[in-house]
Design a protein around this ligand. Sequence first.
Ligand SMILES: Nc1ncnc2c1ncn2[C@@H]1O[C@H](COP(=O)(O)OP(=O)(O)OP(=O)(O)O)[C@@H](O)[C@H]1O
Ligand SMILES: [Mg+2]
Length: 960
Amino acid sequence: MAWAPETVPGSGTAGPSADLGDRVGGVPGPRRREVTAPELARAAADAPTLEVLRLLGSGPRGLTEAQADARLVRYGENTVAGRRPPGPLRRFARSARDPFTAVLLGLGLVSAAVTAWTTACVIVVLVVVSCVLRVTGEHRAERATAALRELVAGTATVRRREHPGGPARADPAPREVPVEQLVPGDVIRLGPGDLVPADLRLLRASGLTVYQSALTGASAPVAKHPVDVPRGGPGADEPFERPHLCFQGGSVAAGSGTAVVYATGADTRFAGTRVPRAGGTRVGVTRARVPRVGVTRTRLAPPRRETAFDRSVHGISWTLIRFMLVTPALVLLVDAVVRGRGLATLPFAVAVAVGLTPEMLPVIVTTTLARGSRLLAREHEVIVKRLPALHDLGAMDVLCTDKTGTLTRDRPMVDCHVDPAGRVDPDVLHWAALNSWWTLQLADPPVPDALDEAVLTGYEEAGAREAEAAERGPDAPWTGLVALPDHPTVPDHPADHDGLAASPFDPVRRTSCAVVRRPGRPGPLIVVVKGAVDDVLDRCARVRLDGRDRPLDAAGRAAAERSAADLAADGLRLLAVALAERPADTDPEAALDASALTLIGFVGLRDALADTAADALAVLADRGVAVKVLTGDLPGTAARVCRDLGLHPGEVVTAERIDALDDAELGRLAAAHTVFARCTPAHKARIVGALRAAGHTTGFLGDGVNDLPALHACDVGICPRDAVDVTREAADVVLVSKDLGAIDEAIVAGRRGTGTIAGYLRITLSCNLGNVIAMLMAGLLLPFLPMLPAQVLVQNLCFDAAQAAFVFDRPAAATLRRPGALHPRDLLRFIAGFGLLNAVADLATFTVLVLMVRHGGEVDQEAFHAGWFTENLLTQALVILLLCTGRGVAVRRASRPILIASAGLAVIGVLLPLTPVAPALGMASLPIGYYPVLAGVLALYAGALTPVRRCYDRRRAERG
Ligand SMILES: Nc1ncnc2c1ncn2[C@@H]1O[C@H](COP(=O)(O)OP(=O)(O)OP(=O)(O)O)[C@@H](O)[C@H]1O
Ligand SMILES: [Mg+2]
């Protein structure tokens, strides 16, 4: 795409007042020419920053609103083709891409090739109907979540001015705009957890690291920083490695930055590079886990490993497809060997294979899951972004969760500030506040870190309390937070120091650091570090006690750890604070990595429990879902929070212990314990992975950027509404309401869906198997085809129509109590047992028929066909009622649509052979005496089915 008319490089003035890039709002100059997107991309990579800004007609303060509006009209929305919702035709084509449809179409082609047009037509009708049903189901589910999705849609923090040039000096207040509305030239800010919304050239950055796995396949975050005058170098032609560029498809792991947008929408590298390669890994736009059944989704994440849905539904599907593919060959072979019939029986063989195909499976799966997700969205404000995730929620037997923002509210408040021996020490809060102030000032994240804000608020409040107390009289205790006449050595307010460098909190290093200098003095640099207790202690060589610094030996470290553990046991989140001095001429950026620090104490913060967390945990336990807490905090903090929530923490496992274990050992340990403390993002992902490898269907509930690896590693990722952008993008399920109890509703919806799918599979497959066995046996014994192809297909159409009612099945309450996965083995056992029973009933009917419709030693074929047709439909109706997912006498539990469907089947089965259509289908009316005998066979069949079903249910319940 050609870019806006621009000034030829070198001919204009840089900066926001040089409005070079727009016909609208700008003054077209005489020497303008079109700058193409590739030219801009090259310039963004290689030209000096000012040159890039000039080419973009922008400046450090961004565009004006009018410029942005004009560019949006001209260059369109910032969306990647793969992320736009597909149109109806594409949806239709997509829904046809599942193996069942492929097999059906293959059988249709075979039928057309042997001019069996009826069969071919029926097959096409089947395919069209099933695709229409699926597309409608998906569409309705998406419509139901559309409004909720708006609530959690991604935004970008943009600097835009109201008018060209104004306001005169002040920086424009950043504001949130939908990412679709970003245009080239916009100046945006990035913070931890933000998705990189377009291709960007960095103007400023502080401790910025970016995940680029969707682009390069590499999972570790990459450090990024601005480069004013880029130089070519070894990595110069590999754009993803250039430190001053960030690309759409990436996300911020830590730190913050300000950048100018140079490419949006289809011009981004992500849109242009669908399958880039890096280090041999297939990357780019990856299709999320086999959406052959369910919705296809394009996601900006590394491909996920197969989930519970893939293992069960797809595992079963492929077994069935193999079965279907061998059936026609088997029928042909049997007919050829035993009856000496040749290819003439091919239409029959095809019809049998079609009859066997559970072609409604994709429809049932999609519509059941879509219906569940629609109800969840409407009634419980839960967004299911990927339909198969609903199945996985139902199958989930372990839910791992982080703590802050999920079990607690993430509104921390300073509770105490103590020295390493646990005695109140105001200095500690002062230095922690200084660190928070300067990391927020210098890193300038779009959204301030909650702990930093809490520290600053705590500091201000303590100061205010102090001042108030001082006014009350000289006897009030002084804690050193404000200047008093008799305490001249009081530390200065953080803002009065000179902030030189800062690195914001990094969830992997778990520390933040600020380098400052005392005001007005050209003295040494002071390095102030705060962070997780262990990570800070690892960098300390000294400890300050009673105002004196002394070496931190093993005993000193143990004592400090004990103080920290005592505070943590009270449920506090802890920040350790440490200092170091560096000579005045040290590079402040280099000082950020300072070690040999002096530990000065701890700040304890309290975070209230989320209102609904305790109830939600109790309900999960009732549902058979084991909850594990995976946190970066100290063991004591985590254990206390669990206890307060009514979850027995048991022995807390720390990350160091995990490091020493292999995956199998970790799987066993993780299954046996509840709380895992001091976890880094990688630890969380490893625990989740180990639980999955040990056979658990594992969910993960988290809200932070540090939860991202675990969200990618689990079967089903869940996040609350307030989660950071990248976490919301990666999660499969978003809880829009504040109520954690919505997880339970989602689990129930998942189990209901799985129950329905399982019920459909059991009934359909056992009937189909029974029919095939009976048909093959009859083929061996009879001199004619047991059913004509058209009859098999009509019967199949009737079955399909009735099976559509399964979407309304109401699984028994017992199925909702425990995690419900589809176990292929369990299913096969059921199908084999009940399929054989069905075959016995069919063969009994066969015998009766052969005896009853014999005229002069010859079997009346048309009456035989009619008899078998009626029997097949009646047994199917009976099986639907008796094997419905409800327990015991299922008839009472069957929902109205299921009752209607089975009644409809029975009516068609009995009446069709009596209608004028019958001769056209090759059927004749039956002797009246056949019906009571058939009733007897069916009664015997029902009599056998019910106890077998009871026995099966009992054994399943025993197995748990
Ligand atoms: N802004 C910050 N500055 C310094 N240290 C911090 C900051 N935020 C968190 N920490 C430290 O890092 C530790 C781990 O916090 P983090 O938020 O990474 O863990 P988490 O796994 O998300 O924890 P949780 O389960 O509570 O959500 C905290 O206990 C705290 O000591
Ligand atoms: Mg967290």
